[in-house]
Design a protein around this ligand. Structure first.
Ligand code: BES
Ligand code: MN
Ligand code: MN
Length: 465
């Protein structure tokens, strides 16, 4: 065991207990009644950073939840790493489907995590992963081995699209100035095959409302003679894809970055088994855009999905009603080349254009963000590659992700630095779902790998200079 492994070994229990204390606080950003818990979590994160040996710890107010800042500046001539993470979590519902309560962290073994995994909302996304960084810094400071400067930005609104962060980072651009941004809020292929996330998709999220008659009607008196907004909305939604599962919105694909044959061949090298994928989801067959593989469809191709649809009577029994309104929430995942505002406008124009005169349609934009790609020739990517190579038996492979962290593309605009996505979660960790969990192996391996990033980044930075 080297010094780092020994430090982790000795402090294993304490690290886990400290994480559990954070996981016990329901910091659900989507629900405003949890505001006190968000403030409490920010306070606990600030305390943890203080305890790790960081300086200038602050809970900086924003238009929404506070952003936790901390730093350890050892020498201004050395590079600065900015660690980003989020302390807010997704709502826990449906609560009934959790085997143990979402805010009572419990360690259990699973087939994929034979050493145990911690079950709780936020265990993987993102408290568990964010906390690895605090512990890695604790080690580096305690043993006097921090090779460069570090700053932390831990926010509390990621799960609602970071609505306050865009103006916040512009306002505090000087404070958060950095040479590279490091984030653990994504995943890797498996515990034996690490990967570095090289891309995130962008997002355009809208809510649509279709209104028919001015009130709910008796479906016997009026049904068949007046437009039923649920029938109409369903039909409009089916018109958004063609038979090849391509999105029909005019202009939608106009600036989409198409992978070269070489890039596609590279991507296809990642280990992937369609049959296992289908089996894990209990589906007989996959479905997606014609001409692309499952890995491509779920990472480098744009998509459109209905996230929720409602209207009319959904209570017990039957009620004969022709509803006045129908609603849907629709998300579009975007790839490089697509601008979220433009896409939202194209969607709106098209959606309104396909509505019959018998209904009125409104489209309300929610959050959005551009896609992001990490350049593989950057010193940040190279440092991450070296870091994984030190702590895993297999070298990491690059893999674009289908998920989104909307603020990341703005980071590169404001700070002119690259973001390195060192995620240690697994797809099977059920983030956003009931029984979210995070492997203990992943938690400790993350703490072990992160210090090597600092070391290699600093070395490469000096060589570059
Ligand atoms: N950490 C996730 C994003 C993620 C997870 C990216 C795994 C890649 C792999 C983040 O917290 C998240 O949930 N993002 C949302 C968007 C946000 C605006 C709610 C998403 O991707 O749906
Ligand atoms: Mn996250
Ligand atoms: Mn999330």
């Amino acid at each position: 065991m080297n010094q780092l492994q020994e430090y982790i070994h000795i402090n294993k229990e304490r690290f886990l207990n400290e994480l559990c204390d954070l996981l016990k606080i329901p910091s659900i950003s989507a629900d405003s009644s949890y505001k006190p818990q968000l403030l409490q979590t920010a306070k606990e994160v600030a305390k943890a950073l203080e305890k790790a040996g960081c300086k200038n710890v602050q809970q900086i107010p924003s238009n929404g939840n506070p952003v936790v800042y901390a730093d350890k500046i050892i020498d201004t001539s050395l590079p600065t790493v900015l660690v980003y993470g989020h302390y807010d979590v997704q709502p826990a519902d449906p609560i009934d489907l959790w085997d143990t309560p979402p805010f009572e962290p419990t360690v259990k073994k699973t087939d994929i995590h034979p050493d145990g995994a911690i079950f709780a909302r936020g265990a993987c996304d993102d408290k568990g992963q964010m906390f690895m960084h605090i512990k890695a810094i604790e080690y580096l400071i305690a043993t006097n081995q921090l090779p460069c400067n570090v700053k932390f930005m831990i926010e509390g609104e990621e799960e609602i699209g970071s609505p306050s962060l865009a103006s916040f980072i512009k306002e505090h651009a000087e404070l958060f100035k950095n040479d590279v941004i490091l984030i653990s809020d994504t995943g890797m292929i498996s515990n034996t095959q690490p990967s570095i996330t090289t891309g995130l998709r962008g997002l355009s999220y809208v809510e649509v409302e279709v209104t028919g008659p001015n009130r709910d009607l008796h479906s016997g008196f009026y049904g068949g003679a007046v437009a039923n907004p649920i029938n109409i909305l369903s039909k409009m939604i089916t018109q958004l894809h063609d038979d090849n599962n391509k999105i029909t919105i005019p202009g939608f694909y106009d600036h989409v970055y198409e992978l070269s044959e070489k890039e596609r061949t590279e991507m296809a090298k990642a280990p992937f088994h369609q049959s296992e994928y289908n089996k894990a989801l209990n589906i007989d067959e996959e479905l997606g855009e014609k001409g692309y593989t499952t890995l491509e469809r779920s990472s480098v191709r744009p998509t459109l999905d209905v996230n929720g649809i409602w209207g009319g009577y959904i209570g017990e029994g039957a009620k004969t009603v022709l509803p006045s309104k129908a609603y849907a929430k629709i998300s579009m995942r975007l790839v490089p080349g697509q601008d979220p505002d433009t896409i939202t406008q194209l969607f709106t124009d098209y959606f309104v254009s396909i509505a019959p005169k018998s209904v009125k349609v409104t489209v309300k934009p929610h959050h959005g963000g551009k896609a992001y790609r990490t350049p593989m020739d950057s010193i940040g990517y190279k440092a991450a590659h070296k870091a994984y190579s030190e702590t895993f038996t297999n070298t990491p492979i690059p893999q674009p992700s289908g998920g989104s962290i909307p603020i990341v593309s703005l980071f590169s605009d404001v700070f002119k630095s690259h973001t390195i996505l060192m995620g240690f979660g697994l797809n099977s960790d059920a983030i956003h779902s009931p029984n979210e969990h995070y492997g203990l192996f992943n938690f400790y391996k993350g703490i072990e790998t992160i210090p090597y990033f600092y070391k290699h980044f600093t070395d490469l930075y000096k060589q570059d200079a």
